[in-house]
Ligand binder design. Structure first.
Ligand code: GZL
Length: 324
């Protein structure tokens, strides 16, 4: 019922604009059959994020029986909270939230529950007092991603002191929290690993370049950059090259996401390790909603299988099949 109001308004608008009426394939009839999904997306800060958005658009197409309403929060939680309230007022059938940060969702998710709208969390995790405030979550194990990177560093960089520059993602996001925890465990375990710089680059290429330029300008000595996503490492590469340094030779670059552009930089030797964080959540979230539509209770937490790539295991075929 809740989506009928939205559909009828849209249908009336379509009919008014198109002057058509009657017939089984009128917009009203077509709209009536669509399941409406409100998707609050973090932003468009990275290749990963854009791949995630495309995956959701492909999964929730009209041809698949859905109408997807996407709100781009420009990496601001308050905009996501407003978007969720708008979805509630529009009477969508389902809400999907890709949360900017872990905390601060209890109130608005209680409003969605009171409205009888299931909420699916995708990608990053949320921390709420009552886990029944969301139906289920699908995403990555970010701590494990960080541990994968540190294990690789131990195996491949173990023969000398490491002076590490750490480019963090959005502070408070579970991607940043988990990847940072992984590195912190490595720093605690190795007395010849030194953290020489740590700051958030907000997962963006521009900030990654800006921070790297600043530390080069200060004359800081380092031999590893641990970047919590690909776009920040692209910015770091630009800064290193401008300073006459050779990425992969003068500085070892560690990254996360494993998008096709970054994997090509592994083949050229610029990036040494890229830990996969798969953004193609559209089919996963659609499968969850289709379970809900059949009255089936989905698994509460679903972790996506992920690996890592380096010069030892990467092929052109892998890159060709990435999808983002
Ligand atoms: C990780 C995702 C992160 C990516 C970044 O699941 O939340 O946000 O690592 C993206 O590229 O901006």
């Amino acid at each position: 019922m809740k989506s009928c109001r939205l559909i009828l308004i849209m249908a009336a608008l379509c009919l008014a604009l198109s002057g058509c009426g009657g017939g089984s394939d009128t917009p009203a009839q077509a709209l009536e059959d669509l399941t409406v999904v409100g998707f609050s997306q973090v932003g468009a800060e990275s290749d990963w994020r854009n791949g995630n958005t495309r995956s959701m658009q492909e999964a929730f197409s009209a041809g698949n029986g859905y109408r997807l309403i996407i709100d781009d929060a420009q990496q601001k939680q308050e905009r996501q909270i407003t978007a969720i309230r708008n979805f509630i007022n529009q009477g969508v059938d389902y809400i999907v939230l890709a949360p900017t940060t872990e905390r601060g969702w209890d109130t608005v998710l209680a409003e969605a529950r009171a409205a009888g709208i299931p909420v699916i969390i995708v990608d990053r995790m949320i921390e709420v007092d009552d886990p029944d405030l969301f139906t289920c979550w699908v995403g990555s194990d970010f701590r494990r991603e960080g541990e994968t990177a540190v294990r690789w560093m131990e195996e491949h960089l173990g023969d000398g002191p490491l002076r590490i520059v750490h480019l963090q993602g959005n502070i408070g996001s579970s991607a940043q929290i988990g990847r940072t925890e992984g590195l912190d465990a490595g720093l605690a375990a190795h007395e010849d690993w030194e953290l020489v710089f740590r700051e958030s680059g907000d997962f963006t290429q521009a900030k990654g370049q800006e921070l790297t330029e600043a530390i080069l300008g200060q004359g800081l000595r380092f031999n590893v950059i641990y970047s919590e996503n690909d776009n920040m490492v692209y910015g770091a590469i630009d800064a290193l090259r401008a300073a006459g340094l050779v990425p992969g030779r003068d500085v070892t670059l560690i990254s996360f996401d494993a998008g096709s552009k970054a994997l090509r930089l592994i083949l050229t030797g610029d990036i040494s390790l890229d830990v996969e964080c798969n953004p193609l959540h559209g089919p996963r979230v659609r499968a969850i909603i289709e379970q809900l539509r059949k009255g089936v209770t989905p698994q509460k937490l679903t972790y996506v299988d992920e690996t890592y790539f380096d010069a030892g295991n990467l092929t052109e075929e892998i890159i060709a099949g990435r999808g983002y």
